[in-house]
Every structure is written in C-alpha cells, then in structure tokens.
Design a protein around this ligand. Structure first.
Ligand SMILES: NCCCC[C@H](NC(=O)[C@@H](N)CCCCN)C(=O)O
Length: 474
C-alpha cells in the first residue's frame, strides 16, 4: 500500500513530463525567433542594403542588455527571490514585446534610408527589439532550467534537460529552414534599397517569418500560464507532505558561487563552446552560399541538419549521462569535435556540399554532447537554492560571446572582403565572401574549449563533484 502513496506531484511521471512539455513550447517559440533572421542575411543585404557589419550589429544585439545592463544577473536574482511562476510569465511577456518591436522595424519602410547614431535606422531599431527579446528569452532559459531541476531532481534530469533542448532546437531548425520559403511565398511590392535609392519593387516579404515567430511567442506566453497552474499544484503537494521549503536566497550566495572554481570552468566552457556554435549558425546559410556554391533558396537546408541531429542526440546523450555518467568526458569529446569541424570549414579545399553536410552533422553531435552533459552538471557543483543565480551568471558570461562573436565575425567578413562593399557601391554584381578568417576564429574558440574541458575534468577529480557519475539515484 505504501508504494501507492505519492510524496509530491513530481513523483508522478505524467505530471513532470507534462510540465516539461508545456514549458518547452515557450522555449521552442523563443528559439525560433532567435534564429529566424539567419537565413535571411542575403535578402537583408539585397532588399534593405544591410552590410555584414549591420547584420553582425543586429545579431549581437541579443546580448546588449543582458551583458551591459546586467539584465540576466538581475533576472537570476529575481528568479531566486520571486520564483519560477512570476519570472517565467515576465520573461515570456518580454519576449513578445521585443519581437513586436523587431517586427515593426522590419516592416517599416520609412526607416530604410535613415540612420541613428551612424547606424542604419532599421538595423538600430530591429536591434533594440532583438535586445529586449534577448533579455526575455535568456531569463526564460534560466527559469526553465530551474523548473526542470525542481521537477526532475533525483529522476531523469539530464534526459529532461535534453528533451527540452531538443524541442528548442526544433525551433532553431525551423528558423533556419522556413524563413526563406515563407518570405518568398508572401512576396509583395514594398520599399527596397537599390543602389542606395529607395524604390517600390516586388520582392520577398522579410517580415512574414517574423510575424509567424510573433504568433508562436504569444502561444508560448499563453502556455506558460498553464504551467503556472501546475507549479502551484506541485508546491501545494510538497507543502501537504511536509517537504521543507528551500532556504531563501541571500546576496552572500553570489560570493559563494563566484569563489567556486568549478563554476568558473563550466562558465568558461559554456562561453567558448556556445560562441563557436550559435554565432556560426547565424552565418551558416551565408557560408553555404559563399563557400559551397548553394543558392539562397536551398542554403538553409544543410545548416538545418545541425539542430535536426540534436533533436535525437541531446536526449540520447542526456539519458547516457543519467544512467552511466561520464559527463566531463562527454564535454571533452564535444570540444574536440568543434575544433575538427571548424578547421575543415576554414581550409580553402573540399568545397563540395557533401563535405558541408558531413561537417554539419558532426557539429550537431558536438551540440548534443556538450549541452546534455554541461547543464545537468551545474546542480552537481552549485546548491539548488543558488541555481537561478548560478545559471544566470553562466548565461551572462555566455552572452558576452553570443554578443561579441557575431559582431566580430561580421566585421572580419567585411574587412577580409573589401571587394564586396566596392561592388555593392558601384552597383556591380556582388562577388562571393571568403569565409576563411571567420572560420579560423571559430576553430580557435574550439581549441580553448578543449583546454577548459580538460581542466574541468581535473577539477572534478580533485573536488569529487561527481561529473563522471550517473544522475539517477538508485
Ligand atoms: N538547462 C540550461 C539549458 C540551456 C540551453 C542552452 N541555451 C543557452 O545556453 C542560452 N543561454 C542561449 C540560447 C541561444 C539560442 N540560440 C542551449 O543549449 O540552447
């Protein structure tokens, strides 16, 4: 009889996986909007006269407020103080507002020939929207991480984190594959920049995929309200069973987190690893056009294989970590794969799409290995009551990379290819970009990630965090 008595709602498999399903919808929408502009880079250049630097500025905006105004850190503190319900609703709402501003900037033709502080006005305002959205999606990310720990500790935590990331990657995949067909389908007559002049012309609708993303985000916001109901029931069930409430968060906790060497190694690995993958995704479709000779219409297909592979592999590797362990080793292997892939991309040989497909698939394996081991390792290093703040600090450090690297890549791309700007200014046929230098930067990040992952394994041996041990408690 006693086996039938449940201690808490989270002891019900259906309840915890149901909760995970609901919050995954919100993150799916967030990841879709995050990458929706990536395959549109060539169109932004031809329709609105953006340069690679403009695109780099826009892409880097994701981290502006998170990094410089410390919004992520405040988000983590709010999360630990106010809880997952309030923070989740707030962050989903911020995502909707940011996406709406970005949509407005992209649809507003009068912005096309203005500048703000020397930046193309459309780029500037779309960037503001993306920066606000970036605050929302990042805070939603740490909230969701804390929610998963809350429901899955002692259960299939890595698998759950892997499943949530897989659903989010589905958003990334859709964001790489769908925007160009959507923009072409909704082609209309609108203002474009042709040789520096504004003209009314038939062309693809760049705003259509963003409108689609906005609708998804509203659905994600509504979904979070449903989660709030489940979270209340979880708390009630735990209170009824006399489970102890967590110690409240104290500011001195921050001191404890930042004096933990394991925390820093995870944070550095996080920034190096993610800076060599997510900013790469922003340029991947363009790389396929310029290095592998694909046309704009099909260029998104190969990069979309990257998140596709992760859909299956992230939960799979998460399950391996739960049952067998070897988290630190998985991170090292992932970092080795990164340097391999980017080095081959950088070499001015093997310029055939088959090689690009193979490399993207290997990168997908890396993007499954490292996150499925890294994120479930954080609760092994940091106590649960400090997790919101710890995740937010890790995300904050990571956002420096997510902000700085795309900007650097856009800049390096323009500097290494001055012939492109000259041709555009003269109204000549635009030559191809040479991507060697940007890819060397990505490979260098992979190299640093290997060093940090080795240091992390060593630290685990010294401190006994248990990163090589399974997560499921027998
Ligand atoms: N439990 C933690 C999950 C983190 C997942 C991780 N996301 C991030 O690191 C975000 N800060 C950045 C997301 C950028 C979206 N393109 C992930 O692997 O997606």
């Amino acid at each position: 009889m006693t086996e039938l008595i449940r201690r808490s709602l989270r002891d019900s498999k259906a309840a915890r996986w149901g909760a995970l399903g609901i919050i995954s919808i919100t993150m799916f929408a967030g990841y879709f909007l995050t990458d929706v502009m990536s395959p549109l880079k060539p169109m932004l250049e031809t329709e609105f006269g953006w340069s690679s630097t403009s695109y780099g500025i826009f892409t880097s905006a994701y981290g502006w407020l998170n990094v410089f105004l410390l919004m992520l850190i405040f988000g983590g503190i709010i999360l630990d103080k106010m809880g997952v319900r309030f923070t989740g609703l707030l962050s989903s709402f911020i995502m909707v507002i940011g996406a709406a501003i970005k949509y407005w900037a992209i649809t507003n033709p009068t912005l096309v020939d203005h500048t703000i502080w020397g930046i193309h006005a459309q780029v500037f305002l779309a960037s503001i929207g993306f920066a606000i959205f970036g605050v929302g999606v990042e805070i939603a990310g740490i909230t969701v991480s804390k929610i998963i720990v809350k429901w899955f500790k002692g259960y299939e935590m890595a698998l759950a984190m892997g499943m949530q990331m897989a659903v989010a990657r589905l958003g990334t995949m859709l964001a790489i594959a769908a925007p160009v067909p959507l923009a072409m389908y909704f082609s209309n007559i609108h203002t474009q920049v042709v040789n520096g002049e504004l003209v009314e012309k038939m062309g693809p609708s760049i705003s259509a995929p963003i409108a689609f993303a906005l609708v998804l985000l509203v659905i994600g916001f509504i979904a979070f309200f449903i989660y709030v109901g489940m979270d209340k029931k979880l708390d009630a069930s735990e209170a009824a069973n006399g489970e102890e409430a967590e110690d409240p968060f104290k500011f001195s906790d921050i001191g404890q987190i930042v004096t933990n060497k394991g925390f820093w190694l995870i944070a550095f690995l996080c920034v190096l690893f993610y800076s060599s993958v997510f900013p790469f995704i922003k340029y991947a479709a363009d790389l396929m056009v310029n290095k592998y000779g694909l046309d704009q219409q099909t260029a998104g297909i190969i990069p979309s294989l990257l998140p596709l592979g992760t859909l299956f592999l992230t939960p799979l590797f998460g399950g391996v970590y739960d049952k067998i362990g070897k988290g630190a080793t998985m991170m090292i292997i992932g970092a080795v794969l990164i340097i391999f892939v980017h080095t081959i991309f950088a070499l001015p040989i093997l310029n055939t799409w088959v090689v690009a497909v193979i490399l993207v698939i290997i990168l997908g394996i890396a993007l499954s290995l490292v996150p499925s081991a890294m994120w479930p390792s954080v609760p092994k290093i940091i106590p649960e009551k400090q997790l919101g703040t710890a995740f937010s600090l890790i995300f904050w450090i990571q956002n420096w990379g997510l902000m700085g690297v795309p900007l650097l890549i856009g800049y390096v791309l323009d500097k290494s290819n001055p012939q492109v700007a000259i041709a555009k200014a003269q109204g000549l046929e635009v030559p191809l970009y040479d991507y060697t230098n940007p890819m060397i930067i990505f490979a260098a990040l992979g190299f640093l990630a290997i060093i940090v992952s080795l240091l992390l394994k060593r630290e685990d041996r010294i401190k006994g965090y248990g990163l090589e041990l399974p997560n499921i408690q027998k």
